[in-house]
Design a protein around this ligand. Structure first.
Ligand SMILES: Nc1ncnc2c1ncn2[C@@H]1O[C@H](COP(=O)(O)OP(=O)(O)OP(=O)(O)O)[C@@H](O)[C@H]1O
Ligand SMILES: [Mg+2]
Length: 541
């Protein structure tokens, strides 16, 4: 059957009104999960293809990133939704390896389906899969190679796939390692990645601090060195109600007295800010024009009406500033610091850069020729950042390009011979499922997956790191450890755990009990009301 049709059927599957149980429910879930996962195999690796998401009510979206695609799809089948939860969990856990996890999970599920058809009990299969996963983790531990600082570019470049670039990987390493040094851990929440349309990936740059998308007030300074930054959560203005509340203005004298009082209050707020030592003011709300004048007169850099709370929180973390709620009680302790604050124009975008911050936060500005491309670059960079951050905690790697999956499959098959026959079948199915990774990498590189897999299996009799090596000049089989195609240990371990967990959940489904949707419930109650009204009308007078 045409795969496109099959994915369509999954997206609009009409099981809402059905309540399936037993085999029918399991079958429905297994088919849905396998279809979903199969549709992701074409995007794996450096030669993976893009998917275009054209859901209604969403901007057009093009990507190869499993997490973004799955969370962008409006899936209806509960099993498909479950797979999305899995990808979300995986993304939160490691941030890379999502596509591989989905592929392996789907393979585990479709192979389990065959085993069930052959008469194996789902519980036995799940037990076999769990045993295989435990053994696989032991093998991964045996095969993991310790890495040093100078191996990090290879880890990052493998994660960047066909966007591999020494410049970009150096920028990513600089950012993540600096956060670790300054903050004590490589907390990815302290790294902001922003996409700016225009230019190429090579024009991307690092800001040792934070950036805001906005501009300085035209009348204020555009550049401040040794900045002391005040971030205001509340507007720097006096609401009409504050000044005039409960007051009945009788004549113009009273009105001007009232304005004077307002101005004095504004002056005292401005004085507090200046007294605290701020020379940069960032405000979430607006700043009264009179206060603007007072501040710019003192050479303060001002930006106001900044609505993005997350950006301000990142700015506060980067600079060490506190978000100020009560302006009249601001002190020097509330201010953040940056070596340089500057308004800059990048392509069509005005941004304010807070550079030279010392509190362990950084920003990567990622460029791309179009909005879609810049956003996709941002996603892939973020994935590489997340993978690297976890690698710094573990400093172990495994051969990439499908090498580790072929080796795991080989060793698991050998180990399975010691098990009783039914579990053996499940462990062998597990081994076959892992080989979906080299098969997908080969197919995506335009090679014959069967030929490649046969050759890899032959080479693995001697060398466990033989895998696919994709370069601009073509794809060949090589020693991936030597060639620097290496994946973090944590990513591969999570792939095994995540895939088994998802497969288990779906294989053990024994019923789909979907509650009616809110609309259906409403329709139903309206129908009941209509019947009751009709009945009343029909009653004899
Ligand atoms: N130059 C290369 N040659 C061969 N294989 C590569 C190369 N670069 C990366 N790979 C392999 O590609 C796979 C990763 O592909 P990809 O990044 O598309 O998926 P993922 O990491 O599983 O999921 P995601 O990045 O979407 O979270 C890994 O198996 C990795 O070893
Ligand atoms: Mg990846």
């Amino acid at each position: 059957m045409d795969r496109r049709f099959k994915l369509d059927s999954l997206l609009s599957v009409d099981i809402k009104k059905e309540r399936l149980s037993g085999e029918a429910a399991r079958e429905s879930c297994m088919v849905a999960a396998s279809i979903l996962s199969k549709s992701f195999s074409s995007q794996l690796g450096p030669k993976g293809l893009f998917k275009l998401l054209a859901e209604e009510a969403r901007p057009l979206f093009i990507s190869r990133d499993a997490h973004s695609l799955m969370t962008g799809l409006m899936l209806e089948h509960p099993a498909a939704k479950l797979m999305v939860e899995l990808v979300n969990a995986q993304d939160g856990e490691v941030g890379d390896g999502n596509t591989s996890t989905v592929i392996v999970a789907g393979e585990l599920i479709s192979r389990a389906r065959k085993l069930i058809e052959e008469g194996l009990n789902p519980v036995t299969i799940v037990e076999g899969y769990r045993m295989a996963a435990e053994r696989a983790e032991e093998i991964l531990n045996e095969l993991a190679v310790p890495i040093m600082k100078n191996d990090l570019p290879a880890i990052v470049n493998t994660s960047l796939k066909d966007y591999r670039s020494d410049r970009l990987s150096a920028q990513i390493i600089e950012v993540v390692t600096r956060i670790k040094e300054q903050y004590g851990e490589a907390d990815t929440e302290r790294i902001a990645v922003h996409a700016i349309e225009g230019g190429s990936l090579d024009d991307s740059f690092v800001v040792n601090g934070a950036t805001l998308f906005g501009w300085a007030l035209p009348s204020s300074r555009k550049r401040v060195e040794n900045a002391k930054i005040a971030i205001l959560e509340k507007p720097l203005e006096i609401g009409v109600s504050d000044a005039l509340s409960g007051m009945r203005i009788k004549d113009s004298k009273e009105l001007s007295r009232c304005f004077k009082e307002e101005e004095e209050l504004l002056r005292s707020m401005v004085n507090r800010i200046l007294h605290a030592g701020a020379n940069v003011v960032v405000s979430m709300g607006s700043i009264d024009v009179r206060a603007q004048g007072m501040l710019t007169h003192e050479g303060v850099f001002i930006t106001h009406h900044y609505p993005e709370y997350n950006d301000l929180r990142h700015l506060a973390r980067a600079t060490g500033a506190k978000l100020v709620n009560d302006i009249l009680s601001i002190t020097s302790d509330d201010l953040g610091e940056a070596e340089l604050v500057e308004e800059r124009r990048i392509a069509e975008e005005e941004i304010i850069i807070f550079d030279g911050c010392k509190h362990g936060s950084a920003t990567l500005i990622i460029r791309g020729g179009s909005k879609q491309l810049a956003d996709e670059h941002k996603r892939i960079v973020y994935t590489a950042i997340a993978g690297l951050a976890r690698t710094l905690e573990d400093m172990r790697a495994l051969p990439g390009g499908g090498a580790i999956e072929v080796e795991l499959a080989k060793r698991l098959r050998a180990w399975a011979t010691r098990l009783e026959s039914k579990k053996q079948l499940a462990v062998e199915a597990f081994a076959d499922a892992l080989e979906a990774i080299p098969r997908a990498l080969a197919t995506n590189a335009g090679l014959d997956q069967i030929e490649i897999l046969t050759e890899l299996r032959r080479l693995h009799k001697k060398t466990p790191s033989m895998g696919l090596y994709v370069t601009e000049d073509g794809t060949k089989i090589d020693d991936t450890l030597e060639k620097g195609v290496i994946d973090p240990f944590v990513v591969k371990r999570q792939m095994i755990h995540g895939a088994v967990e998802a497969a288990e959940l779906i294989i053990l489904v024994d019923g789909i009990l979907q509650d009616k949707t809110r609309e259906e419930k409403l329709e139903e109650s309206q129908a009941i009301e209509r019947i009751a009204e009709d009945d009343e009308e029909e009653l004899p007078a």
